[in-house]
Design a protein around this ligand. Structure first.
Ligand SMILES: Cc1cc2nc3c(=O)[nH]c(=O)nc-3n(C[C@H](O)[C@H](O)[C@H](O)COP(=O)(O)OP(=O)(O)OC[C@H]3O[C@@H](n4cnc5c(N)ncnc54)[C@H](O)[C@@H]3O)c2cc1C
Length: 472
């Protein structure tokens, strides 16, 4: 039996990889990665610089690991829906195996490949803990509320021991396989960002080890602190599959750590699960709000405000810190994502879709299901979302989750010398305090572009009018 193992960017690992394991058991193996111009055209790649960097490092690590096991990762350029069936014929492959993706565009891709290959094409589960579409309410419907979903998953979930990496791979069969090199950041016209996490399976496993050893105990209380490294930082690994979600779940569940920390972390993994299952069941969520009454919402189209939000110049320190963290290290703390998304959609009244696209462009962990869910949740239009009338106050959120201002001082250095009392509200500082800290409002740091109370009122009035309107 000759099998093509089609790695597709969400399973860039050799351990706990069921398609690879089964292919090895069955005989000859051709590891394949397709450089689809949909993702790799330089104009597109440049718009996703951080994800590209992490992806290329992860691919290089996969390439090395496969070589070390005695084979080679074959890289082929082209549209995957055309290239994969063509290669399967040319290489006389009996099977093509890959992991399932949940996004609508990915499902369409897989349908096309399946139409060409028939039952020679097999999709494996593994991106999520349970197969999408299998967690159902008593009425056999998809869940639209997280807590009962999580309860139902916990009831039926039995995570078996993740598979170790294979000891070796059969040598590549005698086929005409191109020897194209991996693209480099340089060849794609992307400048390397030294502040991103390192991609690849080894780096991902090291992150998991360090988290379980040093930070899992205490996670439940530290995870919300903006000024502490209290979370796992495994989001990009889960996105690119450099570590499988089963591996993270089983390591955490078996760890010697307080129960509440284990439960909190596994709850977050279930949020991830919820977003993927939800997108599977409701594929139009990438283009439509979950709540139908938000259709046609009168979002504002203010280019200057959007730019101030993107570049970190809104005059609200915690919002600005999060914007600069995104551009600086391709990551934003979860609490800061919530504050920042609430600010864009509610204080500025700008559509969540603008924020969603900006985050997807610059987050290393940018994931269609999780990002869309986070944005719709924050705007109030999503599945099990924060109610629309809950508007985060960026000052009190900052004071609560960054009490000493460490997060703001790191990312908004022009405010670094302000005392804690004014670090989240510099416009309230007396002139002598501002002078002593070297802050000139409107010059070295902007005044708030909107007033919190007025912006909140404006959003609530607009939302009430729109959501309460008579429908035909
Ligand atoms: C507006 C907005 C956009 C977001 N966009 C993304 C995105 O593109 N990609 C992404 O992975 N997460 C996204 N999230 C969720 C969350 O912010 C990140 O997963 C988390 O900050 C990653 O850091 P961590 O790995 O240290 O998380 P940890 O706290 O260590 O959590 C462990 C894992 O659980 C999952 N997780 C945690 N929180 C959530 C959540 N609220 N929803 C879904 N899964 C979660 C992630 O896979 C994460 O790696 C978004 C949240 C918001 C509010």
């Amino acid at each position: 039996m000759r099998t093509i193992v089609w790695f597709r960017g969400k399973d860039l690992r050799i351990s706990d990889h069921a398609p690879l394991r089964d292919a090895i058991r069955a005989g000859e193996v051709i590891p394949l990665f397709v450089l689809d111009p949909y993702f790799f055209a330089p104009e597109r790649a440049q718009r996703l610089p951080h994800r590209m960097q992490f992806l290329l490092e992860s691919l290089a690590s996969l390439e090395k690991n496969i070589e070390r096991l005695g084979s080679r990762l074959v890289l082929v350029e082209g549209k995957s829906t055309e290239v994969v069936p063509a290669l399967a014929s040319r290489w006389k492959a009996d099977r093509v195996v890959a992991h399932r993706w949940v996004e609508p565009f990915a499902r369409e891709r897989d349908e096309r490949v399946a139409a060409a290959l028939g039952d020679r094409f097999a999709l494996y589960e593994g991106e999520t803990l349970l197969p999408p579409g299998t967690v159902r309410t008593g009425d056999d419907k998809p869940f639209s509320v997280y807590t009962p979903f999580a309860r139902a998953v916990r009831r039926s979930l039995h995570v078996s021991e993740p598979e170790p990496a294979p000891k070796r791979l059969p040598a590549l069969p005698d086929i005409e396989a191109p020897r194209a090199p991996l693209p480099t950041l340089e060849s794609l016209g992307i400048e390397r960002n030294p502040n991103l996490l390192e991609g690849g399976e080894r780096a991902g496993r090291a992150r998991l080890d360090a988290f379980v050893r040093d930070r899992l105990a205490g996670y439940a209380s530290a995870r919300d602190r903006l000024d502490e490294a209290g979370t796992s930082r495994l989001s990009a690994d889960l996105k690119f599959g450099t570590v499988s979600v089963r591996t993270v779940w089983s390591r955490v569940a078996a760890a010697d750590a307080p129960k509440e920390d284990i439960e909190k972390l596994t709850n977050e993994l279930l949020w991830r699960e919820f977003t993927h299952h939800t997108l599977w069941d409701r594929p139009n969520l990438l283009s439509e709000p979950f709540r139908a009454d938000f259709q046609g919402f009168p979002w504002k189209d203010d280019a200057a405000w959007l730019e101030a939000w993107k570049s970190g110049h809104t005059g609200y320190p915690v919002v600005d810190a999060s914007a600069r963290q995104l551009l600086g290290e391709g990551y934003v703390h979860n609490r800061a994502r919530m504050i920042s998304a609430s600010f864009l959609t509610k204080h500025l009244g700008i559509s969540y879709k603008r924020g969603e696209a900006h985050y997807l462009a610059f987050l290393t962990d940018g994931d269609w299901a999780q990002n869309n869910s986070g944005w719709q949740w924050s705007a109030g239009c999503g599945c099990d979302a924060q109610p629309y009338f809950r508007v985060f106050n960026p000052v009190t959120q900052g004071e609560r989750y960054d009490p000493e201002g460490g997060y703001v001082r790191r990312w908004v250095p022009e405010l670094a010398k302000l005392p804690n009392k004014f670090i989240h509200s510099p416009w309230l500082a007396p002139p002598d305090v501002l002078r002593a800290a070297g802050v000139r409002l409107g010059e070295t740091y902007p005044r708030p572009i909107v007033d919190h109370a007025q912006a909140r009122e404006r959003f609530l009035t607009t939302a009430k009018a729109h959501l309460g309107r008579d429908r035909p």
